[in-house]
Structures are given as C-alpha cells and as structure tokens.
Design a protein around this ligand. Sequence first.
Ligand SMILES: Nc1ncnc2c1ncn2[C@@H]1O[C@H](COP(=O)(O)OP(=O)(O)O)[C@@H](O)[C@H]1O
Ligand SMILES: [Mg+2]
Length: 257
Amino acid sequence: MQQKKPTSLDAEKVIEINGLYKSFGSYHVLRGVDLDLYKRENLVVLGKSGTGKSVLIKIIVGLLTPDQGDVRVLGQHVDQISYKDLLALRLKVGFSFQNSALYDSMTVRQNLQFPLVRNQKQLTKAEVQYEVERVLDAVGLLQTINQMPSELSGGQRKRIGIARTLILKPEVMLYDEPTAGLDPITCLEINALINEVQERFHTSSIVITHDLTCAKAVGNRVAMLLDGKFERQGTFEEVFNTEDSRVKPFYEYNFIQ
Ligand SMILES: Nc1ncnc2c1ncn2[C@@H]1O[C@H](COP(=O)(O)OP(=O)(O)O)[C@@H](O)[C@H]1O
Ligand SMILES: [Mg+2]
C-alpha cells in the first residue's frame, strides 16, 4: 500500500506544540514534545501503549494542563485562554476518545442531535434534521437514522461516533485509536472514511493508532512518540528506515508475522 503524499509545506499550522512536558507524580510522560499539525493534513501519531498519546490529545483540547511548554491550537494558547474561549475553541476541534460510546438509550438521530442542540440553540427543527442527515450521509449510514446503537455493528457505531463529531463542523479532528478493536475489513472502511472526511470537510487531523496499515493509508506524515518525545517524524519511510531498536519491533510486529 502506498503512503499518502505529504501536504504542501507552506501550509499554515493549525496546531503548534513546543517543548511540552507533562508528568503525573514521578512519572514523566511527555518530555519535550515538539509537534506541528499543518492545515488539511492527516498526521499519524504512533507509540506504544502508555506512552502519552491520549494525554497529548487531552492537553490539546484543554482537558489536561501542561507542566511546561507552548501549545497553540488555531492560534490560541490553550492553557492561557478563558474557560469561555476554551469552550468555543473545543467546538472547532472535534475529538473522539478511545471507546467513546454512543448513548444506548437514544436512536442514532437523537445521538447526533444531542451535541448540535446543546451547542447551537438557535437552530430550527428543520435545520437540525438537515444537519443530522448531512453527516449521516457523509459516513454512509443514512439508513440507520432510526435505529438504536445496539442494532449496529462495531464499525457502524464508530462511523456514527465520527458523524457526531463532524456535526459541529470542526476544523480539526482528533481520532484516538479509531480502528481499535475492529476487524481488518472494518479497519479499511474506517481508514477510507478518515480520508473522505479530510477531502470533503477540509479538516486537519491527528490520528492516533497502533495500526501501521492505518498509518500508511491515512497519514500524510507520521510522528512516533518515543521516550516522551517525537524523535522521529516524517514520511512513513523516513520514520521506519532505521535500525533503532525501539522502532523496528513496531514495524516487524505489523508487517512481518
Ligand atoms: N489523569 C491521569 N492521572 C494520572 N496518570 C495518568 C492520567 N492520564 C494518564 N496517565 C498516565 O499517563 C500514561 C500515558 O497515558 P495515555 O496517554 O493514556 O497513554 P496512551 O499512549 O496509551 O494513550 C499512562 O501511564 C497513564 O497511566
Ligand atoms: Mg490512549
């Protein structure tokens, strides 16, 4: 499978992280993270379990505060803005957490209406209906609109989760292990969807994954979190063309079994 091409380098930066540190007690998770996300690119973040990938995303959306360093999202310092501005910023940054669940007691339609009605109180019923159908169509699941989450497959629930994030028209998408726990065919579908979202909604995205097939399929660039920082960033080939004993097992596990 071919790696996607990098986006043009003169593109504007939508996320800029410099010298980021974050510890929990004596556990130093992030130790000098530098990372940029360019407009309209998909940046894949790789790293072993427990290396701080989800922590990084939580810092980007202001759910955790950095100990040190500079984190700018759409031009704003997330740890320095007011709570009101942070809430406004979060509407432009769609994030889907690992295992982020749909509400089981609500239909697909109600699940999608929920964030929209809460955040955009001025919308008419017809406008809400239109937006729900628009995002459901974008993820190819318009026919499930009146179904309950329990009636859907794991892959379909994942798609609805992505639709629920898209309904607020975010500029940035943060996908935390979007293909975790899915079978290989469904993984391919989710990868295709991530690429479609990029094309159709012109979003810039960070995709956290363990899955190198996913990394290759969706990433314009790859960054690997090693010992608390991104020592290796670039194209797939640039990151994996190394004898580094921390990197090679990752590759071998995925491709040489
Ligand atoms: N709120 C928290 N309080 C204390 N420790 C945390 C907290 N969030 C994450 N950690 C720890 O930070 C490390 C990195 O977590 P995480 O970012 O979730 O890893 P992953 O790369 O698998 O997403 C883990 O060891 C985790 O236990
Ligand atoms: Mg995680």
